[in-house]
Every structure is written in structure tokens, then in C-alpha cells.
Write a protein that binds this ligand. Structure first.
Ligand code: DLL
Length: 432
């Protein structure tokens, strides 16, 4: 099986536009009638649901921000009565209050369908064992992949995260074909296999479905090598659906957006204006297929670009690039914009493993940046002089890419904390 829902995944642009326009008009009407926040916003702008006649009118609609979810905590943006809500999830909320999201049965169905499309596009099928190591709970990763694989008819192994040696034992004994977890956890599983003396070529594992955090092409190659699999990217966010909003196909050239349910735009984050295909800006989603929490033009803060056209896999669904980072991940150090992904890129280009942590501080009035990087076992056994040489080399490469001086400290192998979920890359000690 090449497609889960071929008709939609290979539809013409006109067919897609027709579906999108019809769904948008219906959802705008429902939002106006059922969500006081949206009614108030529309009224303030002098906008009526009838003014939205097709997807071309999307730009007339107001944006929705994470703060709108917080201000309406927990349930005030829901567009359906409580009896129709069958599931609640929440985002982790590293800053401030977490945000709460809800789903009707229909919402869970389209989410599961979106994930089933993803698994098939990556070469998975109902005859696979799908090992889910994303956390189960309020985080959408575990249950999202679980429901999608169940919908496809695959055999789900719901391991959840943690206890890495046990994960590997299960992979061996239960013959997991597909591994689902964050890319940083996949790296850690690879490292642990090596430590345990397990030859990953002996494992049945063939596909990895990795997402929930930004990861680079270099990191993909590392993971593919260490686990002896094909590693695919999956994107999503709790506010829109969870994993499966977009997914990679076997062409590995961007993620197809399930745009019949989640309509994407790229905007200039400063002006809010739409940007043309191919240009990087902030990714914005409108939930045109959802009932419980149909967000209009939700500002994801992810920095991304879109491309349209027919992919080598045959899908016509618009593709989003790997997100470069988030507008709120961006560190401003001495006036220079720094993304953690740039540090990762430099390390991988020097053939180092991307186990690092950025520590930012303010001493006097000056911002300082230290990058702690783990040495490989080989480097660790080198002379102090050689280690100082590595530090200088990395420091020079960082300076060239970031345009800012960073102190490089090489630390012992395996001394930085490992994450079983999303990696924590930045510690900002500045009180700003
Ligand atoms: O991370 C949902 C998810 C679970 C996606 C499992 C994929 C796999 P949140 O916790 O709400 O939801 O975090 C959403 O994570 O806005 C991005 O910044 C980031 N993110 C998610 N997937 C990717 C990806 C889940 N493939 C936020 N590449 C998003 C880069 C990603 N960043």
C-alpha cells in the first residue's frame, strides 16, 4: 500500500481548494456562533462569517495566539458542549500556564487518519509492529502514534518513554519494525545499543518516526547509521492535533501537510503578511476539519517554508520544510540572533555527536555564551593539549557560523543529561 487515502493525498490543487473552502466557511460560522472569543474578535473587526467565501479570504481572519489559549484556560475556546468532548490533552507549558486542548470523536478520527497516512507514506503497513516510545499522557506523542497505528491496523506496542535498556530488550524480543520517539531519544537508544554490545543490524527495526523537536539532516544520517533504519520526520503541535499535522514520505524532501484538515500559511512574523512559497517565515495553521477546538490562523512560532507541486512519491499535499527553530527559541546574545540548531549543525559538520548544552548568562552588562559539548571516548583519552586544540577548533567554527564568540567547554562522555522526550538544549540564566 502506497497511500492511506489516495484520493485526497493525490488530489489536484482545484479539488483541494474546493474542500478547503467549504470546510473553512463552515468552521468560521461555527466559531462565530459558539466561541465568545471569536465572536468578539470578529465584531471588533466588523467581520461577519458571510464575508468568508473561500480559502482566498483566509487573510481577512484574525490570528490566534498561545496567549488566547491561556486567557481562555481551560475550556473557553471550545466550540462544542462538554458532552461532545471525548479527550483532553495539554501542552507542556515550559513558560507560564499550560494550554489545554480537547477533541470530539470526529477530531480523534481525523487525527488518527492523519497519522495512518504518515505511517503508510514512510513505508509502514498493517503487518508492522509499531513500538511507541513517545510519552503517553497529556503529551500528544504517545496516544497520537498509538491511535494512528491502530487505525492502520498495525500491531501497537505501547511502551511509552523511559527505561532505555528495557526498550531495547522489547525491540529485540517483540520484533519491533517501527520505532516512534523524539530524535534525541533515538540517538540515545542508538548509543545504549552500542554500550550493550548490540549489533543494530540484527534488529528487525526498519523505520523510525521521529518528531516533537527540531533535528537536522546530519542528525538524520547519524540516527540512520546507528540504528540501521530509515528515519522520517513527523510534525505536529497539541494546539492543532498532535503528531501527524505533517509527515515525511520516502522521498525525505519535506513534510506533506494534511492540508485538508490543517491549512498552513507562512507569514512575516513582524507584519503578519503572507509570504510566497519557498520563503521562510512563521508557520500558521487553521484547523478547517476540527470540531472541539477549531483554531483560526494559529501562530505556531515555528520558522518554516512551504512548497507546492507533485512530489516524487505522487502526493500533491503541500510540503513544509524541516522547521529551522522557533521564534521563541531564538536567543538574542549581545544583539546577535542565535538558534540552537546552528550549534548542532556546526558540531555535526565537525563529525562530533550533537550532545551539547548552551548556557547563557549575563555578567555585568555583558551576555556570555558557553557551549558545553560532550567528548567522544577517543577524544577523552587524548592529552590535555589535544583537548584544548579541539576546543579552539570548535570555537572558531562556532564564531564563523554564529558571528559571536562562544566559550567552548568539552565535558566527559555521557555527562550531559539525556532526555527521553524533548531535549533541553538551552539554559538561560539571564534574568530578562
Ligand atoms: O510535540 C507533538 C508531536 C509529538 C509531534 C510527537 C511529533 C511527534 P507539542 O508538545 O505541543 O506537540 O510541541 C509542538 O514542537 O510547535 C514545534 O516547535 C515542535 N515540533 C514538533 N514536531 C517537530 C518536528 C508535539 N518534526 C512544538 N520538527 C512545535 C521540528 C517540531 N519541531
Amino acid at each position: 500500500m502506497k497511500f492511506y487515502t489516495q484520493e485526497i493525498e493525490t488530489a489536484s490543487r482545484e479539488q483541494l481548494r474546493e474542500i478547503q473552502s467549504e470546510r473553512l466557511c463552515q468552521m468560521v460560522k461555527r466559531c462565530y456562533e459558539n466561541v465568545p472569543h471569536y465572536r468578539r474578535k470578529f465584531d471588533e473587526m466588523g467581520l461577519k462569517p458571510e464575508d468568508i467565501k473561500s480559502i482566498d479570504d483566509l487573510h481577512k481572519l484574525p490570528f490566534t495566539y498561545k496567549d488566547d489559549l491561556r486567557d481562555n484556560y481551560p475550556y473557553n475556546l471550545f466550540a462544542v458542549p462538554k458532552e461532545e468532548v471525548v479527550r483532553i490533552h495539554a501542552s507542556s507549558g515550559t513558560t507560564g500556564k499550560q494550554t489545554v486542548v480537547g477533541y470530539t470523536q470526529h477530531d480523534l478520527d481525523i487525527w488518527a487518519e492523519s497519522v495512518a497516512r504518515a505511517i503508510v507514506a514512510m513505508g509502514g503497513s498493517k503487518s508492522d509492529y509499531v513500538h511507541v516510545s513517545y510519552g503517553y499522557g497529556l503529551f500528544t506523542g504517545g496516544l497520537g502514534l498509538h491511535d494512528g497505528a491502530t487505525r492502520l491496523g498495525a500491531s501497537v506496542i505501547p511502551v511509552s518513554s523511559g527505561n532505555t535498556k528495557r526498550q531495547i530488550q522489547i525491540m529485540q524480543d517483540f520484533k519491533s519494525d517501527i520505532l516512534c520517539c523524539t530524535p534525541s531519544y533515538a540517538m540515545f537508544i542508538g548509543e545504549t545499543c552500542k554500550e550493550m554490545g548490540i549489533d543494530t543490524k540484527e534488529l528487525p527495526l526498519k523505520i523510525g518516526i521521529f518528531g516533537a523537536e527540531a533535528w537536522s539532516e546530519n542528525m538524520r544520517r547519524e540516527i540512520e547509521k546507528s540504528l540501521n533504519i530509515k528515519a522520517y520526520d513527523i510534525y505536529g503541535l497539541s494546539e492543532i492535533a498532535g503528531p501527524g499535522v505533517a509527515f515525511e514520505c520516502t522521498d525525505q524532501s519535506g513534510m506533506h501537510v494534511n492540508e485538508d484538515y490543517f491549512y498552513p500559511e507562512i507569514i512575516d512574523p513582524e507584519t503578519g503578511e503572507n509570504l510566497p512559497d519557498g520563503e521562510y517565515g512563521e508557520l500558521v495553521f487553521t484547523c478547517i476539519g476540527k470540531e472541539a477546538l477549531p483554531l483560526i490562523r494559529y501562530r505556531t512560532r515555528d520558522i518554516c517554508a512551504l512548497t507546492r507541486g507533485t512530489c516524487a512519491c505522487g502526493r500533491t499535499l503541500v510540503k513544509m520544510a524541516k522547521p529551522k527553530g522557533r521564534t521563541d527559541d531564538m536567543l538574542i546574545i549581545r544583539g546577535v540572533n542565535v538558534f540552537p540548531s546552528q550549534v548542532e549543525h556546526v558540531l555535526l559538520s565537525l563529525n562530533m555527536e550533537p550532545n551539547y548544552q548552551i548556557v547563557v548568562d549575563r555578567i555585568g552588562n555583558l551576555d556570555t555564551m558557553e557551549v558545553k559539548i560532550e567528548m567522544s571516548q577517543d577524544m577523552f583519552s587524548d592529552q590535555v593539549k589535544a583537548i584544548a586544540g579541539y576546543e579552539r577548533k570548535i570555537s572558531a567554527a562556532l564564531q564563523q557560523t554564529l558571528n559571536i564568540a562562544a566559550k567552548v567547554t568539552l565535558v566527559e562522555p555521557k555527562s550531559l543529561p539525556r532526555s527521553e522526550g524533548k531535549a533541553v538544549r538551552v539554559i538561560d540564566n539571564r534574568k530578562i
